[in-house]
Design a protein. Sequence first.
Lengths: 115, 112
Amino acid sequence: GAGVSQSPSNKVTEKGKDVELRCDPISGHTALYWYRQSLGQGLEFLIYFQGNSAPDKSGLPSDRFSAERTGGSVSTLTIQRTQQEDSAVYLCASSLSGIGTGELFFGEGSRLTVL
Amino acid sequence: SQQGEEDPQALSIQEGENATMNCSYKTSINNLQWYRQNSGRGLVHLILIRSNEREKHSGRLRVTLDTSKKSSSLLITASRAADTASYFCATEGGGSNYKLTFGKGTLLTVNP
């Protein structure tokens, strides 16, 4: 596609439910990043992929969070047993650079609200 | 962990004035980038400056990097109301750590 696509754009769920957030990067981009942004805050790094492997997953807040990337393309971020503090905008970005971080192209985000 | 910290947190100016935002970080970097975010939208890349560069220009944007002080500045000249947005600096760690770490941002308001 022309840009990074994220779905759903909005998700409201009940505490304790699992959610899946999807990111479709720009075709050919080898690096993919997930960030979380709480209201009025900066971006909190979660995980990044180089191809299908995740060299750095140090930002995942707990073992309730997991992410995978298949075929070097689509990535899914899964949050199990959601908590209210998980409410945030989850941003995905991709980068063409195979070595080093060049310009990141961001999606519009998935806004998660946990009731 | 290293992180860019922007200063000021918020800045309000009149159209036509220049806006300067600063970013400080803690450890060595490969490059530093500036991004812009309009309310409720994704981030848009503005400019990238490498650790061996000191200054870079792009249109009305001027970015400087002082690795000895571990700081960078973003200057927007002749600001417009459409420049109203949050501006973030992001640092890529030194060596093979390609994680891009963002600061909390500066909210710029340009009044018409």
